[in-house]
Design a protein around this ligand. Structure first.
Ligand SMILES: NC(=O)c1ccc[n+]([C@@H]2O[C@H](COP(=O)([O-])OP(=O)(O)OC[C@H]3O[C@@H](n4cnc5c(N)ncnc54)[C@H](OP(=O)(O)O)[C@@H]3O)[C@@H](O)[C@H]2O)c1
Length: 388
């Protein structure tokens, strides 16, 4: 059976690696719809290569560019375009590879309509975890993780009962600043932060890896996806990024999933996993080449984002959504040279400290909290820039 895909965020790092998976299995996969945000020319090239009949873009101006290049293609644009794209005819699986809270609406639209979602966009689960999980449970649609850690956990959980699981152990590469002193962290640059030792990712995810906020977001993601309490979710730094995460069982055994650090593997597993494993033409893991796998505890003094994420996750309510939105603003301000590296987590913490939690019950509640946190974070960044 040929599976129809919607690839949201097709021009990004995960989006482009998803295209590689499609190139490897052209007889089994068909792309129904793709989206982009700023790289409209790249989107046109993708639509041409894969004979895609629908695309979604940010605004009317971009829509005109696509129409001029591809007159036969149906173009969606504007606020509801991603959700509409996710619900396109012929879509069996939505790959959500968008960055940030922009992924919430299409994920909920698909899950509410009973369409399976393979989710790279962890921010959606952090900001609207309860809602997303409830939507999947109500409709019976599957929410499949693409993040390598959560894919590893999902693979390790195959065939085990929930009662058997004692806890989850997420691995973290430690990012580019794992061995950098607290003093030196004051002056690291954007280029330093973007030089990730093991993974090639989009800018926001790479900066989140440098602050360890990425791992914090993943802890919250794991809590919602696997219904495991925060006390039973741990993080271990594993610089080689070969073990992608582990599950601890009540008899003391642990299962781990290993592979080369290549996101095409979890993407392919998310697409085909239900039907078993399929051939992958990419590099294989050679343990004799890896030689040693090492582990260390995360340093939560130099990298306070991880403790902050546990705090927000455990507090629940609107805290995870606030943390996520403030972090998006602060990480991108750092990328734009408007904030120093240590300022990222400092701003997030100050936004959280000034927030009174509510219990977001609807999508509008989540979006309101998200808006509030963004405005607050921007104001604090401006103040910090003035040296206030
Ligand atoms: N990259 C990885 O290895 C990796 C691993 C695990 C999880 N993830 C997660 O996967 C998601 C995507 O990460 P990435 O590294 O692929 O990011 P990325 O390279 O920055 O790509 C993001 C994609 O989303 C689009 N986009 C950006 N802002 C948007 C908005 N406001 N509305 C709609 N679309 C928007 C971009 O379009 P344009 O390019 O046209 O601007 C691009 O297609 C993130 O949630 C990240 O945490 C990534």
């Amino acid at each position: 059976m040929v599976r129809g895909l919607a690839i949201l965020g097709a021009t990004g790092s995960i989006g482009r690696q998803t295209l590689d998976v499609v190139r490897a299995h052209p007889e089994r996969l068909r792309i129904e719809v793709v989206s982009a945000y700023s790289n409209v020319n790249a989107l046109v090239a993708i639509a041409r290569e894969f004979s895609v009949r629908r695309v979604a873009v940010r605004d009317e101006q971009q829509a005109q560019i696509v129409r001029a290049a591809l007159p036969a293609v149906h173009v969606l644009w504007g606020d509801g375009a991603l959700a509409e794209a996710a619900l396109s005819t012929g879509v069996d699986l939505v790959i959500n590879a968008v960055v940030g809270a922009a992924g919430i609406k299409p994920t909920l639209a698909a899950l509410n309509a009973g369409v399976d979602v393979a989710l790279a966009n962890k921010e959606t689960v952090v900001a609207a975890g309860r809602m997303v999980v409830a939507a999947a449970e109500r409709s019976g649609a599957r929410l499949i993780p693409i993040d390598s850690e959560h894919s590893a956990i999902a693979q390790c959980l195959q065939g085990y009962r929930r009662d058997d699981v004692a806890g989850l152990l997420l691995t973290a590469s430690g990012g580019p600043f794992r061995t950098v002193s607290a003093e030196r962290l004051r002056t690291v640059t954007v280029a330093d932060a973007l030089a990730h030792p093991t993974w090639r990712m989009g800018a926001k995810n790479t900066i989140d890896s440098a602050t360890l906020m990425n791992k914090g977001l993943e802890v919250i993601e794991a809590h919602f996806l696997f219904s495991v309490p925060y006390d039973n979710i741990d993080v271990v730094v594993h610089p080689q990024s070969i073990i992608h995460s582990l599950v601890a069982f009540r008899d003391g055994s642990m299962l781990a999933q290993l592979s080369v650090p290549d996101m095409r593997l979890p993407i392919q597993y998310a697409i085909f996993g239900r039907d078993g494993r399929v051939e992958a033409p990419w590099e294989r893991l050679d343990l004799t080449q890896v030689a040693s796998l090492t582990f260390e505890a995360p340093d939560t003094v130099r990298f306070p984002a991880l403790s902050l994420a546990y705090r927000c996750g455990e507090a629940g309510g609107s805290y995870p959504a606030v943390m996520n939105a403030a972090n998006e603003v602060a990480a991108m301000a750092f990328a734009a040279g408007q904030l120093d590296f240590l300022g990222i987590v400092d701003i997030v913490e100050r936004v959280i400290d000034g927030h009174e939690s509510v219990t977001p019950l609807t999508l509008d509640d989540v979006l309101a909290v998200d808006d509030w946190a963004r405005v607050r974070a921007r104001a604090l960044i401006t103040e910090r820039g003035r040296g206030a």
